[in-house]
Design a protein around this ligand. Structure first.
Ligand code: WTA
Length: 578
């Protein structure tokens, strides 16, 4: 099936937390993982307590928990400091009437205040909703509206994208970096974040919850409809903690760097929860991707464990060996990747230039945590996602739910449940049920096969979801925005293969009468999506067509668009309109 299947990169790191994979798998019990948490003894549950306060109470309060760095700021916070600031923000929320289960959204670039807000909201028992900073008006409104959010934390610049008059449930907005006068000038319900947090105490901040109480709501894209709110509960911490130890291989003295933004699930599960549940120092780098800045951060902070994504590794590869050679990267002990297929070529390059194996991991927003991974103690087959975690059963199923033998491609599915499995899709039980249509299994929407040695190999998405630079984009959301443009009659959106970004967004557009198909119009339409929805959802390519292929019920056939693009046969056209 895959010419790379025979290639093996042996494990070089013998002494890891996991030990031998097969042995660990055989003796594994989730119950034993649960015993590591303080609530197992006390009965008092809150993820933020386990991640921060617990370390203070066990004598690690002076240890650095967060190093934050961007072009303007460089700050570090101990566990004791994070405990205090997050407690204060929890009390601010309480003062404003927030109670267990209320939705508190955060919409801002990475900063210490973002992390403090997320931890504080969790301490208050709220369900956190992180929004990526690139979201524009429509994307922000859709998510706040669907979730019924009552609080938002944002910055003065991003506040302009919040349509307050259309969001009656949004009661309070805290603005980071606003003076009391500036906040007041914005009108009722707008508060200056810094002033609020210093005006309350840090006492009695934690709302104790149940393991099944709400933790976080991550909006993500499917192939139809608006983005869906994937709902996770505190119980997920069992998986975050465990995978932090066994997959990230975190140890007490590590300096850990996850490059993902908390607007996406990797940036929370592995940019916040896993490292802090393991009591590890977490580096957060603000600003945009830049090879020099990234390598220099590894050198300067002596990063030991680094979790990034294939697009970033491909761009670093593009920057060349010389770019890497200017920095001392010898602190790196363990390198991992997630979000898209990791090309064997990138793995080989990592071995040659970083002198490290890059460990691929597979999971999804819906799974809440890693499920199929390459472990430090395991031989890597470049191009394979690895094997399921101890405690996780994965299989390839046909559409009827039969488990397929090795080397047969089918639906990648996971035996239900596992600790960090989503608990619902917000306001949409029927979408939730679709994932579980085969009894006993979660059907991922990815296609894959498993080889004779038990390794899983990613093949593609079964639906039309686009993966560009590791970010999931729903074609429907982009199409809906496109048709709002006055020149656009119809639009169909696909992912077009791209050497660096995995896929790019390509839109096929039929124009309304009276519009000329010019290059200027293409640029204007792309800008329209960028300004209305977000930069990462804007099509990088637009092609004008007189007409788009549609089913008799009027649905645009993206499959045919994709076939046009790739010069493939269009397949069964029996349902096409004409
Ligand atoms: C894809 C990100 C290949 C896959 C954590 C999945 C991957 C979707 C890998 C989830 C991988 C994630 N190899 N494809 N190692 N990891 N994907 O929800 O299609 O943003 O279904 O979660 O990304 O993307 P999401």
């Amino acid at each position: 099936m895959n010419s790379m299947q025979g290639e093996l990169i042996p494990a070089t790191q013998a002494n890891t937390n996991l030990g031998d994979y097969e042995t660990a798998r055989q003796s594994f019990q989730w119950d034993e993982v649960e015993q590591q948490f303080s609530w197992h003894r006390t009965g008092f549950i809150n993820l933020a307590y386990e991640a921060i306060d617990r370390h203070v109470e066990e004598g690690r309060g002076d240890k650095t928990a967060l190093i934050y760095s961007d072009a303007e700021r460089e700050e570090s916070y101990t566990f004791a400091e994070l405990q205090s600031w997050s407690a204060r923000f929890a009390n601010v929320l309480r003062k404003h009437g927030i109670t267990k289960g209320d939705r508190v959204f955060v919409f801002m670039p990475r900063s210490p205040e973002l992390y403090i807000s997320i931890l504080g909201a969790i301490k208050a028992g709220a369900v956190v909703g992180p929004l990526f900073e690139a979201f524009m008006e429509t994307a922000v409104k859709d998510r706040l509206e669907d979730s019924g959010a009552s609080v938002l934390v944002t910055t003065p610049a991003l506040l302009k994208r919040v349509k307050r008059e259309e969001l009656p449930e949004l009661r309070a907005i805290f603005v980071v970096g606003a003076t009391p006068e500036q906040a007041e000038a914005e009108g009722a319900g707008i508060y200056p974040f810094e002033q609020e947090v210093v005006s309350v105490s840090a006492d009695n901040a934690i709302e104790w919850v149940e393991l099944e109480d709400g933790l976080i709501l991550h909006y993500t894209s499917g192939s139809t409809g608006k983005p869906k709110g994937v709902y996770h509960v505190h119980n997920a911490m069992i998986q975050h903690y465990f995978t932090g130890k066994m997959v990230l291989d975190l140890k007490e003295d590590d300096i850990y760097w996850c490059t993902a933004d908390p607007g996406w699930v990797t940036g929370t599960s592995y940019g916040i929860f896993a490292p802090w549940l393991n009591g590890v120092c977490n580096l957060v780098l603000g600003g945009r991707f830049d090879p020099g800045a990234w390598y220099s951060a590894i050198e300067k902070y002596k990063v030991t464990v680094w979790y990034s994504a294939p697009t970033a590794f491909r761009m670093l590869m593009g920057a060349g060996e010389e770019a890497a050679g200017k920095y001392d990267l010898s602190s790196l002990r363990h390198v991992l990747s997630v979000g898209e297929p990791l090309n064997p070529e990138v793995v080989r390059w990592g071995l040659a230039v970083y002198k490290r194996r890059i460990h691929d991991t597979w999971w999804m927003t819906e799974t809440g945590g890693q499920l199929i991974c390459n472990y430090p103690s395991m031989a890597i087959k470049p191009g394979s996602m690895g094997k399921p975690l101890p405690g996780i059963e994965a299989a390839i199923l046909d559409d009827q739910g039969n488990v397929l033998p090795p080397n047969r491609m089918g639906n990648l599915a996971i035996r239900t449940p596992w600790p960090s499995m989503m608990r619902t899709i917000w306001n949409n039980e029927s979408k939730y049920a679709e994932y579980f249509r085969i009894p006993g299994w979660y059907v991922s929407g990815d296609s894959a096969y498993q080889d004779e040695d038990g390794y899983f190999w990613f093949q593609g998405r079964i639906d039309d979801v686009i993966n560009s630079s590791g970010e999931r984009i729903g074609p429907f959301e982009v199409e809906s925005k496109l048709v709002e443009h006055p020149a656009v009659a119809e639009a169909g959106v696909i992912g077009k293969p791209d050497a660096v970004r995995g896929e790019i967004i390509k839109a096929f557009v039929a124009l309304r009468d009276g519009y000329e198909p010019t290059e200027e119009l293409k640029a204007e339409i792309a800008r329209f999506v960028k300004e209305g929805l977000s930069a990462h959802a804007a099509p990088r390519e637009i092609e004008f067509k007189d007409k788009l292929p549609k089913t008799r019920s009027g649905k645009i056939m993206r499959r045919v668009l994709k076939a046009w693009e790739l010069h493939l046969p269009a397949g069964d056209l029996s349902t096409i309109e004409d």
